[in-house]
Ligand binder design. Sequence first.
Ligand code: C2E
Ligand code: MG
Ligand code: MG
Ligand code: MG
Length: 291
Amino acid sequence: RAARSGGEAAREYMPSMGQVFLRRFQLVTQFRSALESGQVSVHYQPKVALSDRQVLGVEALVRWRHPEYGALDPDEFVPAVEAAGLIDALTTFVMERSLEKVREWLSRGLRISAAVNLSVRNLADTEFPDRVADALERHHVPPELLTLELTESGVMADPEKALPVLRRLHAMGIVLAVDDFGTGYSSLAYLRQLPVDEVKIDKSFVLGMGTDLGDLAVVRSIVELGHSLELTVVAEGVEDDAARDALTAMGCDVAQGYLISRPLSDSRLEAWLRARTHRMVNRRDETVLTL
Ligand code: C2E
Ligand code: MG
Ligand code: MG
Ligand code: MG
């Protein structure tokens, strides 16, 4: 351990540069076999409409149960996997699992969409839209039940490459969402030139809105901005009733966060759906689940 002298907090976990480097190297070299051996899995977090409590979809969030390091946070290994040029394998894995899930629900008469997080590398890959089209076809999933989440930095890294890819995905009927909005280059001018349908307010603002007037103002203005551009506005990081009520009052469309559910394994999600939701028939005669 590097920082023995650093007091309580430092003693807990403060790896040296060498350890960080070694671990990153190990993660990258082990990633493919981890995918194949079942160490990597997909968890799902429900997204619920604030107006009528309908479960609209789930966000797919990757998890890695590492034999040596335990449960790894995607923030630790996704950037390493990305930098090593292995993001295709990850995105494909998560997309395949998600589409299988949506197909399974459709077979049970349920209309629930899945959202997959993209990496900047996916947006620079001109063949990516073809592979998504192929995956939708193989799984018999209509494009509107797939959402792809991208970050502003992902688009801004290389807009010349990303924009045509996004336009094609959008033209296919896939729902596009801007994730973590408010943290990057966010501006009206930027958002209105993107072919997107949904904006997700970064959880830092939602988590802070109960105590910080600045965060509250940011949340309020993203809701207004999103609606003025006819986008669906999603708040992530909804942890308590107060946040949910404030967001509902502002007219925010969708909530995602620990108040509704943490990200759940496949079997725990199914248990959650059984225990916490009931079936309803909507105006279009489709069966939907509501809280
Ligand atoms: P994200 O896409 O913004 O996902 C939301 C993150 O917020 C998730 O963290 C989720 O567990 C967490 N979260 C949800 N509700 C709450 C809440 O109420 N309070 C708090 N404090 N946190 C909440 P997670 O699963 O650790 O993922 C972190 C990031 O890793 C994601 O942020 C996404 O950028 C990336 N990621 C996850 N899965 C994938 C993937 O399959 N592919 C790629 N490229 N990136 C992924
Ligand atoms: Mg996301
Ligand atoms: Mg986010
Ligand atoms: Mg994030």
